[in-house]
Design a binder for this molecule. Sequence first.
Ligand code: ZN
Length: 492
Amino acid sequence: MKLSARLAAVAELVPRGSRVIDVGTDHGYLPVYLAEHGLADAIFASDVNRGPLNQARKSAVAAGVSDKITFTLADGLPETVSGEVDTVVIAGMGGETIAGIVERAPWLRERDALLVLQPQTKVQELWETLRANGYATFEVRLVKDAGRIYVIMLARSAASGAVNAPVLELLVKRRDELLGEYLDDMTARATRIRKSLLRTGDIEEARRYEAALNYYDGIRNMMGVGEKVTTVNDVFAAMNEYAPVETKLGFDNVGLLVGRGAAEVTRVLVALDVTSAVIAEAKELGAQVIVSHHPIIFTEKTVTDATINGRKLLALGEAGVAAICMHTNLDAAVGGVNDALACAAGLNSVTLLDEEGTWNGAPYSLGRIGILEQPATLAEYLPKLKLGLGAEGLRYYDAGRQVRKVGLVSGSGGDRFETAVRQGCDTFLSGDLKYDLFLDAAELGVNVIDGGHFCTENLVVPVVAKYLRERFAGVEVRISTVHTVVPSFYVG
Ligand SMILES: [Zn+2]
């Protein structure tokens, strides 16, 4: 049995020769591991659900250790083991759930059991519940698994003489090597919450987070933990959280397309496209990475100065500027290009136009349907839309219908016109729309607006910049001032 870094760290904290129960054992990884390596004298595994418990049994049978583990179906800690165990592991649950399980089993404190707790959330709340219930948290460790930092707490009855101390204090004391990163995470979280509290006018609560931020700074100073260096990889990871690359269309090429992942980033330039002017701008600003929507590499087999794109790629490399390009995945993202377009178009009750696929159980789409709450004629709607898009002009077909249900696809979305019609949209908004589509629209009696490729997409640039500013407090994020819409309108 190979354990994840998180569970391996938990296993390491189970004293050798102990009599241990793993509560909420799920797949039984931990008990099987302990049994395989002879790390405990008695091993119990419990779960509230039959399915996971059966999984755990299967894991044990597969590993040939099923006779070494006692399986129990129980909600929380089964009373039946109260005389049998001296160590309790509860890992991978929310802090409140763990706190509830401990509270409902007072015999743990009476028997001075060792608690090895790994909450996924609400660390502070769990610590407070433990203290209120007569436990002392006497050791805390951090472990990093798949890019996320987890807290593991050791506690036992305060009557045993164990000395209770706050989580951060214990981490400082042991000079945990992940403390700097953990503080960064806490700082980012507190900064985010404080900002939203200030927006809603909850000044009192915002001050509490301000105090927490000062406290984190104090620890940093005391420990000599400097601001963590942000790398190109960090910026990419943040963008990937926002717009997972798995949700891109099949033809697309997205991600960190140019650059060194470990290079330090102090400045980011956000632009819709990586043009030569944008590259020069990044160089001028001293930005180490450009975050763009359109990919700089699609089909290149060579990078030479014989092609426009080859010259751009050479310029990036020569200037040491990386390029992170998030294209159809950013179109689809929640709060991505299409949502920015729906917002700029003054639409509400925004839903997906269709279902391109699912990611993490949620469907995603490259289009949206939005409702104009106060239906208007196209003639009334167009000036507002033009302003919202910052467009110089709009191509359109007026079918004489009220604008109410608008199907929209940012960029070049003509291929989804029929989907919008099928969904009962009276108006279709996209860019790069072809002559034939306008003819079809006239046949079908559907309003069509071509807002232009740039103007229906560039709306996302400030949204991305704002997101990156919130994620990286120490990084300066600029929006390109040189990249604007290229074609103009001449209206006689
Ligand atoms: Zn585009």
